[in-house]
Design a protein around this ligand. Structure first.
Ligand code: ZN
Length: 104
């Protein structure tokens, strides 16, 4: 006999949140290993390319949390450090991390 247990929304959320935490730990470990490989082959642009892809994917993902990150951030690189976001006289902001200028 097959039984199914239906989870509530918050139970499902908690399960998925735990899985996200586990995956972030895996990502951190993978980044450390990838860095070791990149440092061992400093002339190989493949590592830089892959890191650019990972960076872009993470920024895209953070876009989904845009309203939850609190305060302004650069839409291009997701810099949130207020000391690196410089307000100009024309009400635009210069991001000192990536050089982007945007309207906050
Ligand atoms: Zn930026």
């Amino acid at each position: 006999m097959k039984t199914t247990t239906e989870l509530t929304a918050i139970e499902t959320y908690r399960q998925r949140r735990a899985e996200v935490a586990r995956l972030l730990a895996v990502l951190n470990t993978a980044l450390d290993r990838f860095t070791q490989n990149a440092e061992a082959e400093p002339a190989d642009w493949g590592y830089a390319g892959t890191m650019g892809h990972i960076r872009g994917t993470l920024i895209e993902m953070l876009g989904g949390f845009r309203e939850l990150t609190g305060g302004p951030h650069c839409p291009q690189c997701f810099e949130t450090d207020i000391d690196r976001l410089v307000w100009r006289d024309d009400e635009q902001v210069d991001c000192q991390t990536c050089g982007n200028t945007f309207v906050p």
